[in-house]
Design a protein around this ligand. Structure first.
Ligand SMILES: *Cc1c(COP(=O)(O)O)cnc(C)c1O
Length: 360
């Protein structure tokens, strides 16, 4: 067996320990004589798995009691519709557009409500986060929407927008559990888990209880009404059982690693190794303004498409996988999520140095 360093933006690297544990439990989960994949979602064994996952997540993020935690199918993209459908009161919301995912969320919301784009960084290919300290947010906006870490462009909000008293909704798909957050600043924090937590197939939605409406428009699918899912403890229908189980294992791993403070420290250290190299390299350049750089997704270019392609190819041959940039940006992108070890980033930088030397 040989494992590569996997820099994929998602689905992405998982902690090796977690994969090994899951492998060991594949045929017989804790004496049940079956795999978690084969288990009824109504069984006591599975109830324990989902309860433990929620409890560990609450502990890691310090989630207050007046917030619900929902484990939902449909990925982050389904929430682009669920959010406006559930939070709609006046039928208007403010969106800050900092990349493809925020853009898609705004487009989807427009099917159901009036969307006001209060800021955007599209003028400079989303290479920065706009100043959000004094935006013109409509008084009657039901919420303010952001994508907190922009997976494709590699930017991250270092301070949250001033919402002027409005509810903040944040897509944290690619920075979920990468550092501590103050949950109380948000109405909803949500994300797909396949970037920084677990396997594909699920979104986690953390929502302040009073924002879950008793009633939604008649046309809202039962499955998309937060009340349905909250009342049923995410077990209204068959949930993504195996993904919940794997996420639960990752939560335990994160606790063992020292929780989110320790993760933040580790992630800052990893990102610094890469950004420091980019800042002094003659060949490789980061594409984002330094003050808004993501700790998780690091895009970079050589400025020469052929050289970029050569780099990606040679990196792959040397055991560094998935470094090709997103199809809309080109160049390279290294996603260095929680489970990427420091050695992986160090080895990548060594490889980049060598490549630069050889291709001067
Ligand atoms: C990947 C991603 C999404 C889409 O996630 P799906 O689970 O595939 O729907 C949405 N937002 C962000 C920030 C992402 O990185």
């Amino acid at each position: 067996m040989s494992r590569v360093y996997n820099f994929s933006a998602g689905p992405a690297v998982l902690p090796e320990e977690v994969l090994e544990e899951a492998a060991n439990e594949m045929l017989d989960y804790q004496g049940t004589g079956m795999s978690v994949m084969e288990m009824s979602h109504r069984s006591p064994a599975f109830q324990q798995i989902i309860d433990d996952a929620e409890a560990d997540l609450r502990e890691l993020m310090n989630i207050p009691d007046n917030y619900k935690v929902l484990f939902l199918q449909g990925g982050a993209s389904t929430q682009f519709s669920a959010i406006p459908m559930n939070l709609k009161k006046n039928g208007k919301a403010a969106y800050i557009v900092t990349g493809q995912w925020a853009k898609k969320a705004a487009q989807e919301a427009e099917k159901y409500i009036d969307v006001v784009r209060v800021a955007s960084s599209e003028d400079k290919t989303f290479s920065y986060i706009p100043d959000c300290s004094d935006l013109d947010i409509p008084e009657d906006a039901d919420y303010v929407y952001i994508c907190e870490n922009n997976t494709i462009y590699g930017t991250k909000y270092k301070t949250l927008p001033n919402t002027k008293g409005h509810i903040l909704v944040s897509d944290v798909s690619s920075c979920f559990l990468s550092e501590p957050v103050d949950v109380e600043k948000y109405g909803i924090i949500y994300g797909g888990v396949q970037k920084n937590i677990g396997p594909a197939g699920m979104a986690i939605v953390i929502i302040r209880e009073d924002l879950i409406p008793e009633e939604v428009d008649k046309c809202v699918p039962t499955m998309l009404a937060y009340k349905t899912q909250a009342d049923a403890g995410s077990l209204y229908n068959t949930p993504p059982c195996y993904t919940i189980y794997m996420c639960g294992k990752v939560f335990k791993w994160l606790k063992k690693m020292g929780g989110l403070d320790a993760m933040k420290e580790r992630n800052e250290k990893k990102a610094k190794i890469l950004y420091d190299f980019l800042d002094q390299s003659e060949m490789f350049k980061g594409t984002v303004v330094p003050e808004d750089r993501s700790l998780m997704n690091v895009p970079f270019v050589t400025g020469d498409e052929e050289l970029d392609a050569k780099f990606v190819k040679e990196a792959k041959a040397a055991g560094f996988e998935n470094l090709k940039g997103h199809r809309t940006v080109g160049g390279m992108r290294a996603s260095i999520y929680n489970a990427m070890p420091i050695e992986g980033v160090e080895a990548l930088v060594e490889f980049m140095k060598k490549f630069e030397e050889e291709n001067k």
